[in-house]
Design a protein around this ligand. Structure first.
Ligand code: ADP
Ligand code: TRP
Length: 322
């Protein structure tokens, strides 16, 4: 049975890109029975420097995962920093990771280009991520397309370690859904916490309605036919939430002319809001029961640690450490 593993960084509130790109595929895979999902709080260190904020986002993401269907009876669920061996493994594999490999990382280059300070953590981010994956003998990593390069680096690192010190790590592959690889944000770019263009999974109804109604469209009149209806951002997003025939009907009406952008956005909001309604109820229930959530994470840590300790012992031995 293949081992599935994925993580999400608690650097903000989760959005529908996270949901469709990573969470839902992961939740669908948990039924297979060997699923490992974690909250990547060490990874948030380069994005957040406020301790309270980090704790709040971490708690929020725990609630989000559980509300959206992560089942602790099927999947092991923990907080990355509860298993600090991952930092030890980062050092072991980092010592074999070429500078050139890290210098080519898109995510690093993008963040520098956006004006973030270059620091060791940002540069070493892919090594920590490789350690996350290798520590748990992972076979499959469900992620969005933006993580593809990180998985390629993970494979390069695993292979290099295995060649240098002997067979130690499982070489993993990514699982990227073609249709959901990149969910667009409110501005049409990739939706991302760091671009301020997100539609949150959970949030205040009024604020979210305003965000969706505020999506900027072109100035064509409602009556004008729009042959490019399939490229319309609201149509693309509606397809995520509405039944196929309903979304197709909106697309056809937009193409033919006669459907106004306002009505289209209103429909998008309604379908989006209803789509998450059951999860919203579940989340409220979980938020009222923090002890349960803590217990889930504690149990998850025990189960995850059992795997991590074995891999770590193997890795130390392979390279002649204690
Ligand atoms: P963000 O870019 O918002 O900070 P993360 O980097 O924390 O998101 O991503 C967590 C997971 O969600 C990753 O697997 C990532 O590939 C996926 N993901 C993030 N944004 C999108 C998107 N717009 N479309 C598809 N998947 C996404
Ligand atoms: N870097 C990932 C992201 O920003 C989060 C992450 C950290 C991750 N470690 C991981 C994803 C291990 C998959 C596997 O989205």
């Amino acid at each position: 049975m293949p081992r599935i593993l994925t993580g999400i960084t608690p650097s903000g509130t989760l959005h529908i890109g996270n949901y469709f790109g990573a969470m839902r595929p992961a939740i669908e895979l948990q039924a297979g029975g060997d699923a490992y999902y974690f909250i990547a709080d060490y990874h948030s260190m380069t994005a957040i420097t406020d301790a309270q904020e980090r704790m709040a986002f971490t708690r929020g993401i725990a609630l989000d995962w559980l509300a959206c269907g992560l089942d602790p009876a099927k999947a092991v669920f923990w907080r990355q920093s509860d298993i600090p061996e991952v930092c030890e493994l980062t050092w072991l594999i980092g010592s074999l990771t070429p500078m050139g490999l890290l210098e080519r990382a898109h995510s690093y280059k993008d963040k520098i280009a956006k004006g973030l300070d270059a620091n060791f953590g940002l540069f070493a981010y892919p090594v920590l991520m490789a350690a996350d994956i290798l520590l748990f003998d992972t076979n499959i990593v469900p992620v969005g397309k933006d993580q593809k390069q990180h998985l390629e680096m993970t494979r390069d690192i695993a292979i290099k370690f295995n060649l240098t010190y002997g067979e130690t790590f499982v070489v993993p592959v990514e699982r990227i859904s073609e249709t959901l690889a990149v969910i667009p944000g409110l501005d049409g770019q990739k939706m991302s916490k760091s671009y301020g263009n997100t539609i949150e999974i959970f949030g205040d109804e009024k604020a979210l309605r305003k965000k969706i109604m505020g999506i900027v469209m072109d100035s064509r009149t409602p009556a004008e036919p729009k042959p490019d209806a399939d490229k319309n951002l609201a149509v693309q997003l509606l397809k995520l939430f509405a039944p196929k025939d309903v979304a197709a009907d909106f697309e056809n009406r937009l193409r033919a002319g006669g459907l106004g952008y306002g009505d289209l956005k209103k429909a998008l909001f309604e379908h989006y809001w209803n789509f998450f309604a059951p999860y919203r109820a579940k989340r409220a229930e979980l938020a009222a029961n923090p002890d349960y959530v803590d217990q889930v994470l504690r149990d998850g840590t025990v189960r995850a640690r059992a795997v991590a300790e074995k891999t770590m012992a193997r890795a130390r031995k392979a390279c002649g450490l204690r």
